[in-house]
Ligand binder design. Sequence first.
Ligand code: NAP
Length: 306
Amino acid sequence: MSVIYNKVALIGLGLIASSMFWAMKRGGVAGTVSGYARSEATRDTARRIGLCDTVCDSAEEAVQDADLVVLAVPVGAMGAVAKSIAPHLKPGATVIDVGSVKRTVIADVLPHIPENVHFVGAHPMAGTEHSGPEAGFATLFDNRWCLIVPPEDTPEDPIARQEDYWRALGADIERMDPEHHDIVCAVVSHIPHLIAYTMVGVADDMRRVTDQEVIKFSAAGFRDFTRIAASDPTMWRDVFLTNKDATIEILGRFTEELMALQRAIRTGDGEQLHAYFTHTRAIRRGILEAGQDTDAPDFGRAKVER
Ligand code: NAP
């Protein structure tokens, strides 16, 4: 595979950035890669495990001469990071964020981007409950979607190059506008996480009454909730604070459906429950057919490999 960007700078060295690094190395997608993380501890870890060709002590230094700059920090920190690197960006460079929310991030970042630099939003729909520089692996993006969310009036060339880049990292590409992105992600990712957090909280409450039975007898469904609810608290706090409108909208619809099911249970309406669950089972089959998961007993989760 050929080099798509001569120099790539990764700002933030967590799960996503480190996976991008290993995937870039695997595919020969970048000439050199520099990196920066806020804490010295993370920078030291990155140096120890060979994450990035150069680990810099400032974001300003890392972005020098970079053709692609990746903002891979929690969404609430994107604006401040963009502001600090803006004067140091190479003319003609592309800046992307990999945040899970787009409307707020574009509003926070775009005002800082110089005229001769392009900004494109990218959201790889792949992750694990682990975070930090040691959590990444080269295959994270393989056969997963990466949503490309260009702000209005972005020229075609930098967008097309971004799409080539993510394909080279193993992902499939779809373009979306920011509003649509935020609603779709509220449905498929943000609200499911909120439900998992809530359910684990409820179970934790019950544990006090039932003497650890919830944990002792926890079946796969609940164990999966605990896995999701172990996701990074800073990242998810920022997701809900910055995707407020879409979250509230989808949460409202969710509550209505839940009330309808509650009513069906209370009134003994088995027909309604059966019809509902038949419909949702068909949706699962659709996901399998689309190749987005497998029917394996491990729920299709790939083994972690670098
Ligand atoms: P992560 O593993 O927690 O890493 C976050 C990185 O950002 C760390 O290097 C951290 O530095 C740095 N950072 C944190 N707060 C900062 C601040 N205020 N200023 C500057 N740097 C800061 O996170 P991640 O999972 O890679 O997520 C990165 C981005 O990708 C987030 O925007 C997230 O929404 C998005 N995303 C995540 C997933 C997922 O499943 N995890 C999937 C798709 C997209 P230190 O280590 O020095 O603290």
